[in-house]
Design a protein around this ligand. Structure first.
Ligand code: GDD
Ligand code: MG
Length: 371
């Protein structure tokens, strides 16, 4: 597919703090690579060879990690002086593109047949086609009501509860004709959802289609863990999932797993990680690059990011341990707790109920308990 893709990466990821205190949301690791790599992989799988990364602020981490190329996907960066909003950013980034193109939000994960989406767009002949996905609660998204032929009847960004009469929302991926850019006033922030789509709806020029596939907005710790589960369980097509193979276990090169440790699939142990005797990893656990899990410790349904330590006898369940963080001996971390990057949780603490420990802070030994 020769369509170029504009990828919007401007958001701040506040709901994922403290994980996003050091790492931008789209660069947070998902199993063994930044979340954004999954978007690149998805595009590549459908033959997209040019991605224009539209940045609301300096994309340093993205550029340092990916540079100008991701396999056969060429990466270009367009950096706004001031964030221009989703519409303004698309106009700015797509300047010079003279045929139809894809535009997508870089903060969600999806797997869908892009060939089918583009075919639908061409067949209906609209100026824009929006990929839709069903969700339980549309209130945080762009609600899309359709006519029978797929023409969008209304587009309602962040609908109020009484306005919700469909579960179909904007999945943040569009096929756009280049003349849509003419509808976006230059030089000021413009929201494609609030200004441009409603205008196209009035013209009857925008279509929507819910194709089979996968979609997840990784905006919260809960969704972040869900994304890991879905990759590990191979609930959608990913390169990592393929590498996990049929035994759903991947121990990367250089990892040292004690023969007396137990790995319960699905499980991923990253490069140079060390798992001590008596430790139990899994199911649904990800141990990042160079992380250490001590003797008798247990990590289940959790993510332990690169360079973190889970000391002897500690238990981490349904929680996230940020990069370089330390969970002391005999700690219990559970209930969707998040230990910020570089934080040090002293021995014998209990974290529960979605507690979030800020980046780089220290919690004294035995300071927190729930009983
Ligand atoms: N370059 C640039 N400049 N990118 C931006 C800017 C900007 O000024 N503002 C937002 N973005 C990027 C964000 O990084 C994100 O990838 C995407 O545009 C959407 O912005 P969000 O702020 O994340 O919007 P949202 O999550 O509330 O809602 C959007 O996504 C939903 C699906 O996840 C909307 O498109 C909804 O309609 C949609 O349902
Ligand atoms: Mg978003």
């Amino acid at each position: 597919m020769s369509l170029p893709a504009v990828i919007l990466v401007g958001g701040l990821g506040t709901r994922l703090r403290p994980l996003t205190e050091r790492t931008r949301k789209d660069m947070l690791p998902l199993v063994d690579r930044p979340q954004l790599a999954y978007t690149f992989d998805h595009l590549r799988r459908f033959g997209v060879d040019r991605a224009i990364i539209s940045c609301g602020y300096l994309p340093t981490q993205i550029q340092e990690h990916f540079g100008e190329r991701y396999g056969d996907l060429r990466l270009e960066y367009r950096i706004e002086d001031e964030p221009l909003g989703t519409g303004g950013a698309i106009r700015f980034a797509a300047a010079g593109v003279d045929g139809p193109f894809l535009a997508l939000n870089g903060d969600s994960l999806r797997e869908t047949d892009l060939h089918a989406l583009v075919a639908f767009h061409r067949e209906r002949g609209g100026r824009a086609t929006i990929l839709l996905t069903p969700v339980e609660d549309p209130s945080r998204y762009g609600l899309v009501r359709l006519h029978g032929d797929g023409r969008v009847r209304s587009f309602l960004e962040k609908p109020r509860p009484e306005e919700i009469d469909t579960n179909l929302i904007n999945a943040g991926l569009y096929v756009l004709e280049p003349d849509v850019l003419d509808l976006i006033p230059p030089g000021r922030p413009v929201s494609i959802e609030r200004e441009v789509f409603p205008q196209l709806v009035e013209e009857g020029a925008v279509f929507g289609v819910a194709l089979p596939g996968y979609w997840l907005d990784i905006g919260t710790p809960d969704a972040y863990l869900q994304a890991h589960r879905d990759v590990l369980e191979r609930n959608f097509v990913t390169d990592v999932g393929d590498e996990l193979g049929s035994d759903f276990t991947l121990v990367a090169d250089g990892a040292q797993v004690s023969p007396e440790a137990r790995l319960v699939p699905p499980v991923y142990v990253g490069p140079d990680a060390r798992i001590a005797a008596g430790a139990r990893i899994g199911s649904l656990a990800v141990i990042g690059r160079g992380a250490v899990v001590g003797e008798g410790a247990s990590v289940e349904s959790s993510v332990v990011c690169a360079g973190a330590t889970v000391a002897a006898g500690a238990t981490v369940t349904g929680s996230i341990v940020g990069e370089r963080a330390t969970v002391g001996a005999e700690c219990e971390v559970r209930g969707l707790s998040v230990v910020g990057p570089g934080a040090r949780v002293g021995d014998r603490n209990m974290l529960d109920h979605g507690m979030r420990v800020a980046a780089e802070v220290t919690i004294d030994e035995g300071a927190v308990s729930f009983s």
